[in-house]
Design a binder for this molecule. Structure first.
Ligand code: IMP
Length: 440
């Protein structure tokens, strides 16, 4: 191992949709490589470039920068039809695309994975996870069960047919006998996958070797986490999680780059919290009638909180410092980006959750640490500190000293409570609307 390359991870500290796209775009302007290391087209990055909005699902956001090489690592999953479709759409919009490299080890989401995702959710009824329906869970199930299909299989017709047939022998029995669905036919699917394979062939290359060589040559590699810490299959609110390792450790296993090469981990948190799908969310303000529901609606409306992938309205709640401190810990964050601070403008005061009251076997207890017991976590009632609000618009402010005192106090409280320095602050949707503080 040689060279002084930089490995920078950008990871969400909440339940996703923290505005990572903007941070990756900013940090990515110094990067030579941008890597997706987990998840698939369940992710949605919105990037605004020259007034144009781009919603990316499968592609790393670095693809919009022609001097960057975008990499889909082995830990990510690829829906070939979605990926080829996204590439075509960007080309049609006249975007000059950068270089793309796809790991041959990445697993493939086939149409039957989506089907399984949907029927499983329906069968779970009230216990459903609220997945994006993109087949992510079933693809990772096949990976762990060792009958998955990988990107390299898309490049070899006879081999792909054997793999799909072997997989469908099991999958069709599950579809028919467990979910009372019709079985899936191999033929049309194999042909469609092979056509995508031909389109993707020029991009398939040994991504781990490429990235390690680049780091040897002093390149900057940015690892962009899909989803977020609280949706990580190990460290999140299991089972209401996605099926991959979104946390910073996943950047290593999901790309073939060792931990000693990671030089910075930037955690991204929104100035409040949102979540899509089911599962516990202690600071949520529900849509029920009454003051809380109205404040939740207010945040959703002012923050334009609709899912990029699903279009679903996001659940909304106040900033949760129990979650952000926990997330900064499990990711080993060097610093933090706080996004969408401008959305909070106009509130007379702003609650911040500093602890939970949780029901344990011994009775109710107050804690500042995130409970590892999922039932305790589900019982958590937030304990709030009330911080002063501000009414002056802060949109587009790029200098910390120019923020109203109350907004500065808010940021300083977030960093103290999260035990992590806030180095970047988002003050609006535009690319330039960002405050760069002490860069770590
Ligand atoms: P899946 O990843 O589609 O299996 O969905 C599992 C959970 O993760 C659901 O609650 C989804 O709403 C959530 N999820 C998946 N991807 C994202 C994302 O990019 N942002 C926010 N939530 C997500």
């Amino acid at each position: 191992m040689t060279g002084t390359g930089k490995g920078i991870v950008v990871v969400g500290l909440q339940w996703g949709d923290e505005g990572k796209g903007k941070v990756t775009d900013l940090v990515g302007s110094q990067a030579d490589y941008v890597v997706r290391y987990n998840g698939g087209d369940n992710a949605g990055h919105t990037v605004i470039l020259d007034g144009e909005t781009y919603a990316l699902h499968s592609l790393p956001s670095g693809i919009l920068n022609s001097r960057v090489t975008s990499v889909i690592g082995n830990g990510a999953v690829v829906d070939p039809q979605e990926l080829t479709g996204e590439l075509r759409t960007l080309r049609e919009r006249g975007v000059h695309l950068g270089r793309l490299v796809i790991s041959p080890l990445a697993h493939v989401t086939a149409p039957f994975h989506r089907l399984l995702d949907g029927v499983r959710e329906t069968a779970l009824r009230n216990g459903r996870i609220g997945t994006t329906g993109r087949g992510i869970g079933p693809t990772y199930v096949d990976k762990a069960r060792r009958n998955g299909i990988r990107v390299q299989d898309l490049l070899d017709g006879p081999r792909l047919r054997v793999k799909v047939e072997a997989n469908l022998r099991l999958t069709n029995r599950v579809l028919e006998q467990v979910y009372s669905q019709s079985s899936v036919d191999t033929e049309g699917m194999v042909d469609a996958l092979l056509r995508c394979g031909e389109e993707l062939r020029p991009f398939v290359d040994d991504a781990a070797r490429l990235l390690n060589r680049a780091l040897d040559d002093s390149a900057t590699v940015l690892f962009e986490g899909g989803q977020a810490t609280m949706l990580d299959v190990d460290h999140g609110t299991y089972p209401f999680v996605s099926s991959s390792n979104a946390t910073a450790g996943g950047a290593c296993t999901g790309s073939g780059v060792g931990p000693t090469r990671i030089t910075r981990v930037i955690g991204v948190a929104k100035a409040y919290v949102t979540r899509v799908g089911s599962g516990p969310f202690p600071t949520e303000m529900t849509g029920k009638p009454g003051a809380d529901g109205e404040k939740g609606d207010w945040l959703r409306h002012h923050g334009h909180e609709l899912g990029v992938t699903t279009g679903r309205p996001r659940r909304t709640g106040w900033f949760d410092a129990v979650v952000s401190r926990y997330a900064a810990m499990v990711n080993g964050c060097s610093d933090m980006a706080l996004t969408k601070l401008d959305v909070l403008t106009g509130l007379p005061s702003i609650p911040v959750c500093v602890a939970y009251d949780v029901r344990t076997r011994e009775g109710w207890k107050r804690t500042r640490d995130l409970p590892v017991n999922s039932e305790e976590f589900a019982s958590a009632k937030p304990v709030y500190d009330e911080l002063p609000g501000w009414s002056e618009p802060i949109d587009g402010i790029a200098n910390f000293a120019k923020l109203p005192v109350a907004a500065r106090t808010y940021v300083e409280n977030v960093e103290k409570l999260s035990d992590c320095a806030v180095s970047l602050i988002g003050t609006g949707a535009e690319r330039e609307s960002i405050i760069k503080r002490h860069m770590v």
